[in-house]
Design a protein around this ligand. Structure first.
Ligand code: COA
Length: 323
């Protein structure tokens, strides 16, 4: 059978860094409050004129260059984003062109903070059904553009960034020891759309609006649905919790990460956490964490990795993959 195996990763974080202290200048908040409730210390913010496609392109270029992969060999680009450059064309189409990729197709996926898990799940389907051989999955966001900078309950939580993962179709035995995606499952429940949303959009207000959230409710859903989606993967594959080498969850905030790990009985030493330095970069958060941990040597070939996520929709899901 075929498996979708990660053969390269790349990232891009905008140059400008905004610290918690910067917020304390204009809002009734403090570095201490933000760290205690979220574990977030800083976030990157895209420069004026620096768009989601620019972030995605550099992340994609880095993945191609660092792993010696030719753009000609990529036959599908899936870009997970909730903050596209424009209403149309898709940001993926722009990125496909700026990366010099001419084969196959390119499209965006909007599943908010679950976007990367959704995109990986779709990429996996294309690969195992032999419709694509090499897929670039990118998570790229400029949430700074949809923040209400006067709402201390939300604007402190998010940041901008992008990361790319290149998946390749490889023949495998069809067992849990294979490299590649071993499990993927995505869910959504539209009854919760009001908990996390923007105040506008193309058809409703003709502008993007800004993000609003019922923080406590989102916390509650994340703390139950993210661990449950990992359990679902373990049950279906027959893998054990103790076989997970790294938990790489969507990086909403450190309290959510700690709660997910605790519910799964996974030690904090097995959790990859970038939330303190990046904040919540939505669809970019898991690939950024994967890239950084692979680059610094924590994630190595053969490791079993669990990536659960939850986002607006509500959407949620998990992929289990062997590096
Ligand atoms: N600085 C200081 N005080 C703040 C604040 C800030 N940045 N943001 C909110 N507060 C205040 C609130 O106004 C409230 O004050 P009040 O009691 O006078 O009304 C108080 O702190 C408690 O607010 P509450 O929202 O109940 O706090 P919390 O403990 O739930 O923490 C979050 C708030 C947002 C950190 C928490 O709900 C959370 O992590 N939610 C999940 C958010 C998330 O990650 N979403 C994305 C998932 S994809």
């Amino acid at each position: 059978m075929l498996r979708a195996v990660v053969i390269g990763t790349g990232e891009y974080l905008p140059e400008k860094i905004m610290t918690n202290h910067d917020f304390a200048q204009t809002l009734e908040t403090s570095h201490e409050w933000i760290v205690e409730r979220t574990g977030i210390i800083q976030r990157h913010i895209a420069a004026e004129g620096e768009n989601t496609s620019d972030l995605a392109t550099i992340a994609g270029q880095n993945a191609l260059k660092d792993f010696g992969i030719s753009p000609d060999s990529i036959d599908l680009v899936i870009l997970a984003t909730t903050t596209p450059d424009d209403t149309m064309p898709s940001t993926a189409s722009k990125v496909q062109h700026s990366l010099g990729i001419k084969n196959g197709a390119a499209f965006d996926v909007n599943a908010a903070c679950s976007g990367f898990v959704y995109a990986m799940s779709i990429a996996n389907s294309f690969i195992v059904s032999r419709q694509a051989k090499r897929v670039m999955v990118i998570g790229a966001e400029t949430y700074s553009r949809i923040m209400n900078w006067e709402d201390r309950g939300t604007c402190i939580l998010f940041g901008d960034g992008a990361a790319a993962v290149i998946l390749e179709a490889q023949e495998a035995k069809g067992t849990n020891t294979d490299r590649g995606i071993l499990f993927s499952k995505i869910h959504s429940d539209g009854q919760y759309t009001e908990l996390l949303k923007t105040t506008g959009g193309v058809s409703s207000t003709k502008n993007a609006g800004y993000l609003t959230m019922v923080g406590r409710e989102i916390f509650r859903h994340a703390a139950s649905k993210m661990p449950a989606s990992v359990e679902e993967g373990l049950l279906e594959t027959g893998l054990g919790k103790d076989e997970i080498d790294w938990l790489v969850p969507h990086q909403a905030n450190m309290r959510i990460l700690a709660s997910v790990a605790q519910k799964l009985g996974i030690g904090e030493d097995k959790v990859i956490a970038t939330a303190p330095m990046h904040a919540n970069t939505s669809a970019a958060s898991i690939p950024l964490a994967l890239h950084q941990a692979a680059k610094d040597g924590r994630i190595s070939r053969g490791n079993l990795i669990a990536c659960p996520a939850l986002g607006a929709g509500l959407t949620w899901g998990c992929i289990l993959l062997r590096w």
